[in-house]
Design a binder for this molecule. Structure first.
Ligand code: GRF
Length: 197
C-alpha cells in the first residue's frame, strides 16, 4: 500500500480529482493534505473527503523551518509519495533528497505542470502557452528535482484547443490535468499491488 500526501496552494481541482480517484483504488491511500495558503480552496476539499489538512503558512519562518514542519508531518504519517498539486513553492535539495528512492533513482515526489515541458516552466504557463505557442499546448507530470519544473518527465500529453477564449482554453487544459494525474495515481496503485515499489 502506497501512502501519499498532497501539497497544494490553490483551488485544488487536481487534489479533488485525485481524492475522487483514490476512493476507487485499493493500493494507494492519500493520507493527508498540506497547504501553505490559509485561504486555499483545497482546505474545503480535504474536509469534504475527510482527510486531515495541515495549514502551514510560511509566515516569518525560514524556508528550512517551514520545510522541517512539513517533513515532520509527512514522516509522522509515514508518507512515501508526495504529489504536488499546484504547490507554489520550490522544494529544497534536502527536502527532495529525503524522498530519494534508489530503485527509481528519483525522489518519490511528482508535480503536474500545465505545459509541454521544457516549454514554459514556472509561473503562468497557461497564459504563456495561449499567447505564444497555442499549437503546442499540453500537460506534463514529472519527478521533482531542485530546479523549476526540470525533473524527469513521467508522462506528457498535448491538447488541441479551438477556443480563442483564454478561460475556455485553461478549462480544457485542467480537464486533461485531472485525467493524467488520476491515471498516474492508478499506475502507482498497480505497481504497489505488484510489489514493485
Ligand atoms: C494547475 O494548473 C497545475 O498544473 C499547476 O497549478 C494549477 C493548480 O490548479 N501546477 P488546482 O489548484 O489543482 O486547480
Amino acid at each position: 500500500m502506497i501512502k501519499a500526501a498532497l501539497l497544494a496552494s490553490g483551488q485544488g481541482s487536481n487534489a479533488k480529482a485525485l481524492l475522487e480517484k483514490e476512493t476507487t483504488l485499493d493500493d494507494v491511500s492519500i493520507e493527508l493534505v498540506i497547504t501553505d495558503n490559509p485561504h486555499a480552496g483545497v482546505i474545503d476539499i480535504a474536509n469534504k473527503f475527510n482527510k486531515p489538512c495541515f495549514i502551514y503558512p510560511r509566515g516569518n519562518s525560514s524556508k528550512n523551518q517551514h520545510e522541517t514542519l512539513i517533513l515532520e508531518t509527512l514522516h509522522n504519517f509515514e508518507i512515501d509519495w508526495v504529489l504536488l498539486a499546484g504547490y507554489m513553492r520550490l522544494l529544497s535539495k534536502d527536502f527532495i533528497k529525503s524522498f530519494y528512492c534508489p530503485n527509481l533513482q528519483q525522489s518519490k515526489i511528482l508535480n503536474i505542470h500545465p505545459s509541454l515541458l521544457p516549454l514554459h516552466p514556472g509561473l503562468n504557463a497557461y497564459e504563456k502557452t495561449f499567447k505564444h505557442t497555442p499549437k503546442q499546448a499540453g500537460v506534463t507530470i514529472h519527478y521533482v528535482d531542485s530546479g523549476m519544473d526540470t525533473g524527469k518527465i513521467l508522462i506528457q500529453e498535448k491538447f488541441e484547443s479551438l477556443s480563442e477564449n483564454f478561460e475556455e482554453f485553461k478549462q480544457e487544459g485542467l480537464k486533461l490535468e485531472h485525467r493524467l494525474y488520476t491515471k498516474v495515481l492508478s499506475q502507482l496503485s498497480s505497481i504497489a499491488k505488484e510489489g514493485h515499489i
